[in-house]
Design a protein around this ligand. Structure first.
Ligand SMILES: [Mn+2]
Length: 281
């Protein structure tokens, strides 16, 4: 369904665009705090309160060729949602464009990875490696497990982990760096990413990976998170390999405005990193 509200600076037509943004208003499997389906439009609203210019990369996002195609249909059933995410990403990448997906809850990532079949870097507080949660295999708490069935566990790394179930420890989840490790020495995780980025990468940003003081508007907040500025360092490592991105698990119902603003700025800075050739920041 087309959304009348468009991400700021997304004036290009689809045909002339390079980056195509779309929303997935889905939160049916959320276990704690709902409202993620409202996030895409809240992020669009926030985008009108930032400058189009990235001072870090000396780049104007208006030069990028960003097109906002609106939201996909509202679904209650995860499989129906995943099918539409798959076909939407298929259309975008088949046309040689870069997909930016606004969640919605984390389960939406599986639809994009089904199409792209690339390595995945997650930012997340949770390993999301349960086989199912509350009897739902496509739960937002099982997304890394579903993704591992598509691209194999060795092609996944998660950053910011600080919550794991005994079941997940026993099944040996994907490679991850805890928020404590990243706080003590971020270079270890970044060095790992340099080796990891030898092939195309899909970047999935769960906002609960960040500390709740930076991103309070999330479904399952976890104390002791990472500083979102690390995304800028991550982008410098993966910018030549990144083929798609999603921003998930935000809920405006618990936000004070900072989380949606962070999302809007991250979209701008991710595009600026890819587009800019300068290495200063
Ligand atoms: Mn999470």
């Amino acid at each position: 369904m087309p959304s009348p509200l468009k991400f700021c600076d997304s004036s290009d037509t689809y045909e002339t665009s390079k980056y195509v943004l779309f929303g997935v208003p889905f939160d049916s499997t959320v276990s704690f705090r709902p409202g993620e389906r409202l996030a895409p439009n809240r992020i669009r609203e926030s985008s009108y309160n930032i400058e189009s210019y990235s001072l870090r990369k000396k780049y104007d996002i208006r030069d990028a060729g960003l097109y906002d195609m609106g939201d996909i249909s509202e679904h209650h059933n995860p499989e129906d949602m995943l099918e539409e995410v798959f076909s939407t990403v298929d259309e975008i990448v088949s046309d040689g464009k870069f997909p930016i997906m606004l969640g919605g809850e984390h389960s939406i990532t599986t639809g994009a990875v089904r199409r792209l079949k690339k390595k995945v870097v997650f930012i997340d507080a949770h390993t999301d490696f349960r086989d199912s949660y509350l009897r739902e295999r496509y739960s937002h708490a099982s997304v890394a497990r579903r993704v591992s069935e598509i691209v194999e566990k060795r092609n996944i790394v998660s950053l910011g982990i600080r919550s794991i179930s005994p079941e997940e420890i026993e099944t040996v989840p994907q490679k991850f760096f805890t928020s404590y490790e990243i706080r003590n020495d971020p270079h270890k995780a970044l060095e790992y990413l340099k080796q990891f980025a030898d092939d195309d990468i899909y970047f999935s940003i769960d906002f609960d990976g960040f500390d709740p003081s930076f991103a309070p508007g999330v479904g399952t907040p976890e104390p002791f998170g990472i500083d979102p500025i690390i995304v800028l360092d991550i982008m410098e490592i993966i910018k030549k390999k990144i083929v798609g991105v999603d921003l998930v698990e935000m809920t405006p119902l618990y936000d004070n405005g900072n989380t949606s603003m962070l999302a809007a700025r991250l979209i701008q800075e991710i595009i600026a990193s890819i587009e800019s050739d300068t290495n200063d920041k």
